[in-house]
Ligand binder design. Sequence first.
Ligand code: AMP
Ligand code: MG
Length: 416
Amino acid sequence: MPGLKNDCFALPPGVHWTPVDEALARLREATTVVVEAEELAIDRAAGRVLAEDVLARRANPPGANSAVDGYGFAHAGLPEGDEISLPLMSGRAAAGASVAARVPAGQAVRILTGALLPDGVDTVILQEDVSLEDGHVRFGRGLKPGANCRAMGEDLEAGMPALPRGRRLAPQDLALLSAVGIAQARVFAPLKVGVLSTGDEVVAPGSRAERHQIFDANRPMLLDLLGRFGMEPVDLGHAGDRRDAVRTALDQGGARCDAILTSGGASAGDEDHISALLEAEGTVSTWRIGVKPGRPLALGQWRGRPIFGLPGNPVAAFVCALVFARPALGQMAGEAWHVPQGFILPAAFSKSKKAGRREFLRARVTPEGGAEVFASEGSGRISGLSWADGLVELPDEAMEITPGAPVRYIPYSSFF
Ligand code: AMP
Ligand code: MG
């Protein structure tokens, strides 16, 4: 299994400020699958990523069949006139039965939804549209040939691509794979991602905290995000601002995980032990990305494991985890590069946006279908993350936003 290249996160010399799109392109380039594939039964593969393209083994539907409960006949055998009356054969064609007897032209047969079309039947009329009299089925003219029938393979023919490698299996995919005869698939093992909080001021939620201490908000948030990305979160706890504590935690993470997310200590300040330690004993590249919120991202490796050093501020950590860590980790998990689906909505706010940095605002959809943003852009306002149900993404350029202007709204769920 190839790992990531040692210097995969290095920026070219002279790069001091990286636009978001370029940062994403670099992450896309730098990351590749690091987990092994295994063969799993479909009913155990929900949420796993396909390790190979899957082709249909069987057509869907496997044979031409009726889409409704009604009466089947050959369209070409219909008599002249507006009032049609066909003698009804005895017996019936039902789902789950092998094909019924041939239906001669000019006769009809009782047929139920899902039943294979007997020989001689190419059209079905809905039972609600006929009357039955003296062993005859009567109905008006006007039905098209082939009405209410499903052709063999009209959804997928045998051998056609069903799902691509890199697809994370959703419930509807399990239905598709089952329908086309796939009971087992090669899928990747879940990516194990460790989460480590740093900082002397950070204490575990529930413990006694002095005024100078804050509760660890990032760890529960990041662990849950990873689960929603379909990955396996690993709690690496908290390390204070001491190099040996951070080293011990990273060593443990390296032994147990495929990748590590840290929060805090990622800039170049005196107490920024993640950057300092990676600099001294691993590899690190500090990416100054033109994004708000977000301070520098430290991207590096520790004993061969990629490290994403997220900002300590929970709002910035959340946004950077969604925007940058999510697609990069996804590729390491074997997924196709993930682009969150956004929707253009009319702004329900005003703002003068300056040029130079892409901005992600905490936002939600109003009852009228506009995008409103949280009252404060202060990145310490964690409550705004909960107030919102997504982000508004404003472009790198300057922008004058007045109510009704089109803006890109990305629901949180688009990142999952
Ligand atoms: P740093 O990146 O270490 O300079 O931290 C930036 C800000 O985020 C500081 O105000 C930290 O106290 C805060 N912070 C760091 N880690 C956490 C955490 N796990 N939970 C909540 N706030 C944090
Ligand atoms: Mg700190």
